[in-house]
Design a protein around this ligand. Structure first.
Ligand code: NAP
Length: 249
């Protein structure tokens, strides 16, 4: 044990969507700081993420679940506690994007995005939050987006879900800040993951985006890891309801 406020020794974190992209980088960073990790993916938990966690000397419990299935939420929290003993940190990272003009946007895509990007984050926060409130401590980090603040182009459901995530973060923080549970969010800029593959393959859009990033490059998943570690650790103990933008400026 150490007095380093960024250490997470003895803590257990559930990171949704940690098989790939930003979730994999966050899971690995939390493990490097000492946390055991419940690794989650829709179809499979992500062997590479689990191996990275184990290589760091931490325990990894793998779980697959479709977050559009409401029965999955309670099961994920139950399994985290059953397999790793407790739950101290929840990172609501899983999410997806579907692009289409608003007039053509299908009811199916609307429902799916709201369900996975927003409703599952609320349900998981409710379930994990209950445990955290009982133990008097916990951290919830939601992965928001620049589209929590902007409307974007051809992404009405995504923008609505991410706007909702920012508001949910503040609503939960208002209720739980005085009870030892910190709820915050990270709004990543443009990060090179599957989520942005379509944007990056469109040369004109990709150039327009790059021209607006002062740092002069797209972000890497690992660029989000430090902010996540801060918000999951004792170092952020007086930070509540904040949406931390990590976007290269
Ligand atoms: P990603 O690699 O596509 O990761 C998304 C993760 O969400 C995947 O691991 C995926 O699991 C999981 N997921 C999707 N649908 C799911 C479902 N129905 N049930 C369970 N899990 C599901 O992309 P990413 O960029 O790292 O995305 C992570 C988060 O960052 C998302 O919330 C995204 O909106 C947000 N974000 C990304 C960017 C960016 O520029 N990349 C910017 C702002 C915000 P499977 O792989 O198993 O399908």
């Amino acid at each position: 044990m150490t007095n380093d406020p960024f250490r997470l020794d003895g803590k257990v974190a559930l990171v949704t969507g940690s098989a790939t992209g930003i979730g994999a980088a966050i899971a690995t960073a939390l493990a490097a700081a000492g946390a055991d990790i419940a690794c989650h993916g829709k179809d499979e938990p992500g062997e590479a993420t689990m191996a990275a966690v184990q290589k760091l000397g931490r325990r990894a419990a793998g779980m697959a679940a479709d977050l559009a299935d409401r029965a999955a939420h309670a099961e994920l929290v139950r399994r985290t506690k059953a397999e790793l003993g407790r739950i101290d940190i929840l990172v609501n990272n899983a999410g997806l994007i579907r692009r289409s003009p608003a007039v053509e946007y299908s009811e199916e895509d609307w429902d799916l995005l709201i369900e996975v990007n927003l409703t599952s984050a609320f349900r998981l926060s409710q379930l994990a939050g209950k445990q955290m409130l009982e133990q008097g401590s916990g951290r919830i980090v939601n992965i928001a987006s620049l589209l929590s603040f902007q409307g974007g182009i051809l992404v009405p459901a995504y923008a609505a879900s991410k706007g909702g995530i920012a508001q949910l973060t503040k609503a939960l923080a208002n209720e739980w800040a005085g009870r030892g549970v910190n709820v915050n969010a990270i709004a990543p800029g443009y990060i090179t993951t599957d989520n942005t593959a379509a944007l990056r393959s469109d040369e004109a859009r990709s150039r327009q985006i790059l021209d607006r990033i002062p740092a002069g490059r797209w972000g890497e998943p690992s660029d989000i890891a430090g902010a996540a570690l801060f918000l999951c650790s004792e170092a952020s103990r007086y930070v509540h309801g904040h949406v931390l933008v990590v976007d290269g400026g």
